[in-house]
Design a protein around this ligand. Structure first.
Ligand SMILES: C[S@@+](CC[C@H](N)C(=O)[O-])C[C@H]1O[C@@H](n2cnc3c(N)ncnc32)[C@H](O)[C@@H]1O
Length: 369
């Protein structure tokens, strides 16, 4: 049964003003997660498999790679850099970190995950590497420092991310790094730019047609001369254990604008299933895949929430100034602050559900087909 409009409205206003205690927010989130699991379960393995095949067919029929990329910039990637960085670890990694014992600091967990990419993607000094969806430079800056003879290219659709990475690279005297601001829907590299490794960390969840995307990305890999010099694509996504679904930024059957996550943080977003990319091997072949428990991501998000709270005073001022600079009322900045808190909490609860075995992280290594 859906809540009446007035109750939803009251709840959302309370969330926007930080008036609802966290433990109540978390209880509500867990109830919504159970509802989501009921919605994606069609009752039998046969029915669930048929639904997955239909879902995959429908995304292959879409004409563009990603929907509404400008919305993800509004919702995350061009939000005040100072604010976002005040909630992240020192490497500004805006994706899951690795907590093998659970006792690591956020910085240690950032480095452990970054190092795991170097090992799994078989990185070596001297390679041409593309960091696709480079965020605020967590991987690009790390690789530029670790592999001084490599040429690192980062690509994202956010101009404020480029400003931050370029400034940090200058401070660290890194000259082997080039950041490009472009939308993957339309961008193509000149044929003179080809890569030994392409690494993409949590960008694919903003995508829809993985067939066109992987075709395009496959053309950016250098043709290998032999198996020792094979070019590779490494992908990190968050995922559901079995079922892909869309984050729908639309009204539900009763006309309620109830999909808070899609509206505020994930318009045009996708929850891939762990096996989703295996159905898109037209131009690339899977070498290996890994599943990592969602608890790693939950711990990451709890660390971000803690930092956001520790830096609340400056974070609130920063977001109010950002709203004003964008021609909005400063109260929009206050709303954004509390919405980020709920976003971190909701995502942490999702990845912690069923001990991290329901939603988690997928790693994949592909070579050219
Ligand atoms: C969740 S962030 C991950 C950032 C970074 N890889 C990290 O791990 O810290 C997703 C990244 O994908 C980029 N992105 C999303 N949609 C895009 C698009 N249509 N074209 C290019 N980049 C996009 C965002 O700008 C952002 O940099």
């Amino acid at each position: 049964m859906a809540l009446p409009d007035w109750a939803l409205q009251l709840g959302y206003e309370g969330l926007d003003r930080g008036l609802i205690p966290d433990f109540i927010v978390r209880i509500a989130i867990r109830a919504l997660l159970r509802q989501r699991l009921r919605e994606i379960d069609h009752g039998s393995l046969e029915a669930n498999n048929a639904a997955k095949m239909a879902w995959i067919k429908s995304v292959k029929q879409r004409t563009c790679i990603a929907d509404v990329p400008e919305k993800s910039n509004e919702q995350h990637y061009e939000v005040s850099t100072k604010f976002i960085l005040s909630t992240l670890g020192p490497h500004a990694k805006y994706s899951a970190c690795l907590f093998p014992t659970g006792n690591e600091s956020l910085e240690e967990a950032e480095i452990l995950m970054l190092e795991s990419y170097c090992a799994k993607a078989q990185l070596q000094d001297g390679q041409d590497v593309l960091d696709l969806g480079c965020g605020w430079g967590s991987l690009s800056l790390y690789l530029a420092q670790k592999y001084p003879k490599s040429r690192i290219t980062g690509l994202s659709n956010s101009s404020t991310q480029k400003t931050h990475i370029d400034a940090t690279a200058k401070l660290r005297n890194l000259t082997n790094l080039n950041i490009i601001t472009a939308d993957i829907n339309t961008y193509d590299f000149p044929t003179t730019s080809r890569f030994d490794r392409i690494i993409s960390i949590e960008m694919f969840e903003h995508m829809k047609n993985y067939q066109i995307l992987l075709r395009k990305v496959s053309t950016w890999l250098k043709p290998g001369i032999n198996s020792d010099s094979e070019s590779l694509l490494f992908i990190h996504i968050f995922c559901h254990r079995s079922t892909p679904y869309h984050f729908e930024d639309t009204e539900d059957q009763d006309g309620d604008q109830s999909n808070w996550m899609a509206q505020n943080f994930f318009s045009g977003g996708t929850m891939p299933s762990h096996d989703l990319l295996l159905y898109f091997q037209d131009d690339l072949t899977l070498v290996q895949s890994w599943y990592l428990s969602g608890t790693h991501y939950s711990k990451t998000l709890e660390a971000w929430l803690k930092l956001q709270d520790q830096n609340a005073e400056t974070g609130l001022l920063e977001l109010q100034a950002d709203a004003k600079a964008k021609g909005q009322d400063p109260t929009e900045g206050v709303k954004a602050f509390y919405r980020f808190r709920v976003f971190y909490m909701a995502s942490s609860e999702l990845f912690n559900f069923n001990g991290g075995q329901e939603w988690g992280i997928g790693h994949y290594l592909f070579k050219r087909a």
